[in-house]
Write a protein that binds this ligand. Structure first.
Ligand code: UD2
Length: 311
């Protein structure tokens, strides 16, 4: 069993990844500064003797190096980030610090302390407004936000470090991740977390546009499983890979599933499409299957049912 360092461990994807690592018998050192992560997400992990938590900012000088020197992890799963595209547009300097500089520090710490593998939270946002679907990893990258640009720059940094210093870098381009613990607080949060909260409150949801827009929604349980696999499997080569389902689901379909369970909620209100919104997004899932034998296996309907059941 290995020791794995998870940055952003108190976040949505980080906490699920931590839980799965612990369930598989690994030791986990989790780092988070609770900027957007929540202590409550770690409730399960903190009951495990194999979990150690460090409250710290991974973008601050010296932090990562000290944590990695002490923990000597076999792998780092780097999920700490500024997660909001909107916030990256409002504060590009903070985006640079959290989404580029911190990645550089991860690469340096991996180099200095002999870490074997680094798994990085990249995003479908690197593709920007590329329109040929499904999106393959070799599609043209045209980021349209500081966030997408930072994720693309971080991929390049890690791949360059990995090739130079002999570790493996796995860059996971997540598509639209959903599931328990996703924060619905901002209007720019993932749409499923917003719908979940609104329906639960018996309130009407807002659909921007006609609702025919589609996304490749992937359950956080599948995403965490991909992270665990990439961090613990020997023999993977460095590279980028889509973490997606390869299936498109429309917003109307998502709203219909919720509406069937919450008949008391008002009918969805329609508002004009958001500026800059893309209509369709869909990933090509075959590389993850070929390289790491990973296939998403939670159907969207099951993932929505899990949210609804939670009560
Ligand atoms: C954005 C981000 C992505 C990630 C994701 C959150 C970009 C390029 N990408 O993608 O990186 O952060 O959000 O999972 O910005 N919608 C409604 N009603 C609502 C909320 C959303 O109709 O109350 C629509 C929204 O206009 C869009 C679709 O739902 O057409 C999906 O929205 P989203 O914000 O969940 O995800 P997305 O793909 O725009």
């Amino acid at each position: 069993m290995a020791t794995i360092l998870v940055t952003g461990a108190a976040g949505f994807i980080g906490s699920h990844t931590t839980d799965q690592l612990l369930a598989a018998g690994h030791k986990v050192v989790g780092v988070d500064n609770f900027r957007t992560g929540k202590a409550a997400n770690l409730a399960e992990a903190l009951r495990s003797g194999a979990f150690q938590f460090v409250e710290a900012d991974v973008a601050a000088a010296g932090v990562l190096d000290a944590v990695v020197e002490e923990a000597r992890p076999e792998a780092i799963i780097h999920l700490a980030a500024l997660v909001s595209v909107q916030e990256s547009i409002a504060d590009p300097a903070l985006n640079f610090s959290l989404n580029v500089l911190a990645t550089q520090l991860v690469g340096e710490a991996a180099r200095r302390h002999g870490v074997k593998r680094v798994v990085f939270a990249s995003s479908a946002a690197v593709y920007g407004d590329a329109t040929t679907l499904p999106l393959r990893e070799d599609a043209e990258k045209r980021p349209i936000s500081p966030y997408g640009a930072a994720k693309l720059a971080s991929e390049a940094l890690l791949l360059g470090h990995a090739a130079s210093y002999g570790f493996t870098a796995r860059c996971h381009r997540y598509f639209n991740v959903f599931g328990p613990r996703q924060d619905p607080a901002s209007p720019y949060s993932g749409v499923i977390s917003i719908f979940d909260r609104r329906f639960r409150e018996g309130a009407a949801v807002t659909i921007f546009g006609d609702g025919q827009q589609t996304r490749d929604f992937i359950s956080v349980h599948d995403v965490a499983r991909a992270n665990v696999r990439a961090a613990t499997r020997a023999g993977l080569a460095s590279g980028v890979v889509n973490i997606c389902t390869g299936r498109a689901t429309s917003l109307l379909d998502v709203a219909r599933v919720f509406a069937a369970h919450y008949p008391q909620a008002g009918a969805p209100r329609h508002e004009p499409a958001r500026a800059g919104d893309i209509v369709h997004s869909l990933g090509e899932a075959t590389r993850a299957a070929a390289e790491m034998d990973f296939r998403a296996d939670v159907p969207v309907a099951d993932g929505l049912a899990e949210l609804i059941r939670r009560g």
